[in-house]
Design a binder for this molecule. Structure first.
Ligand SMILES: C=CC1=C(C)c2cc3[nH]c(cc4nc(cc5[nH]c(cc1n2)c(C)c5CCC(=O)O)C(CCC(=O)O)=C4C)c(C)c3C=C
Ligand SMILES: [Fe+2]
Ligand SMILES: [Fe+2]
Length: 347
């Protein structure tokens, strides 16, 4: 038996050309765990409406943040993978759920190195149907179809790991050291409220009424993105000793007309500026790597909104990216898996 690790992130278009962005968005948005409508309705919405207008707009946004080496999300994920590989004596591969760096290629890369047992690590601290679940399901499909010999171990959401909270808190502290700010916004990628109900394992206990997601324990919320985001904020606030009223949680990047998780980030930034907040900081813990959503939607658009309504200083905290202490968190996850498996083998 030879072990290997597959790090998985979301993916990006191959370039900022509208045709590449369209191809990427087509694959992404046709995933029934992202746009969870019946197939006919998804086809109508995605191919009939979104893909006719969005690619041009998204391509322009990508062009603003694109690096010489390529998409920031891909480049950062590659750097992270290299650092993880340097610290492990088993093969490590990187794949994306959508786009050219496919999961199939990532698994094949490990198989080519003789790997028979793979730990998949979705690079998402909080579980969501549109992220962790779609990766897990796609990996299962690929294994059944092409790699029946592979044993897969999934990695659950890691939002409540002590070491992750420690690293996230430290990254905030480092960026804000010596800076004067009045409010920290914890902005998470949004999902439609319907996604939360679909993932609910408490037999319909999640009422989305503002209470249960905050009150019930982690066990009932193994698949509740909303709960996991709120707890991430609470744990970081505790670690940093933030006072009530000086931080809050919001959700960004909504698409379409359905209700998404609230409060919305853009409206909150606007309200804060209008209410006289002059200096705010923003952290985006649903993203491990800086990407379109952090570099353009938050650092550019968010800042613009804040300044338009009288805000003065808008500090964006970088994602964990390839920080050495974040690499260590991933290494710990892998080592824990290796120890448990070795124990089982001995027993
Ligand atoms: C119905 C639509 C979407 C859901 C649900 C969704 C969930 C979700 N997404 C991320 C992480 C990322 N999303 C990114 C881009 C992006 N997301 C959507 C739509 C949904 N996401 C779109 C249409 C796009 C493309 C960009 C655009 O046109 O605006 C990215 C950035 C990728 C990059 O290349 O930089 C990330 C990362 C999470 C974590 C999540 C659920 C929790
Ligand atoms: Fe997204
Ligand atoms: Fe809930």
């Amino acid at each position: 038996m030879k072990k290997g690790v597959l790090l998985v992130n979301l993916g990006s278009p191959d370039s900022t050309k509208p045709k590449d962005v369209k191809k990427y968005l087509d694959e992404f948005l046709m995933d029934p765990r992202v746009i969870d409508l019946p197939k006919w309705a998804r086809v109508l919405l995605v191919k009939g409406i979104i893909l006719n207008t969005r690619p041009k707009k998204s391509a322009e946004a990508y062009a603003k943040i694109w690096w010489e080496e390529g998409s920031p999300l891909i480049v950062i994920s590659e750097r992270l993978k290299e650092k993880v590989q340097e610290k492990l004596n088993i093969p490590v591969a990187l794949a994306m759920r959508y786009g050219s760096m496919s999961l199939e290629k990532g698994l094949q890369e490990l198989v080519d190195q003789g790997v028979t047992e793979v730990k998949t690590i979705p690079l998402y601290p909080q579980f969501a149907m549109a992220t962790t679940e779609t990766i897990d399901v796609k990996v299962d499909e690929l294994v059944a179809q092409f790699f029946p010999q592979l044993k897969i171990t999934r990695t659950p959401a890691f939002y409540h790991r002590e070491d992750y909270i420690e690293v996230l808190s430290r990254s905030i502290q480092e960026k804000l050291k010596g800076l004067d700010y009045e409010h920290i916004l914890f902005s998470y990628h949004g999902v439609p409220e319907r996604h939360i109900r679909k993932s609910d394992i408490t037999n319909g206990n999640c009422k989305m009424n503002g209470k249960c997601c905050f009150k019930m324990g982690s066990e009932q919320h193994e698949f509740c993105y909303r709960h996991q985001c709120e707890i991430t904020t609470v744990n970081v606030a505790k670690k940093l000793g933030l006072k009530r009223g000086t931080y809050s949680t919001t959700f960004q990047s909504r698409l379409g007309f359905d209700p998404w998780l609230k409060p919305y980030t853009d409206r909150t930034i606007e309200r804060m500026g209008k209410n006289g907040i002059k200096k705010m900081a923003i952290v985006t813990p649903a993203f491990v790597s800086d990407c379109l959503e952090t570099l353009e939607e938050i650092a550019m658009e968010g800042e613009e909104i804040f300044h338009e309504v009288g805000g003065e200083e808008f500090t964006t905290i970088p994602c964990l990216n390839d920080r050495d202490d974040f690499v260590d968190v991933l290494i710990s996850m892998v080592e824990e898996w290796r120890i448990i498996n070795t124990d089982k083998a001995i027993a």
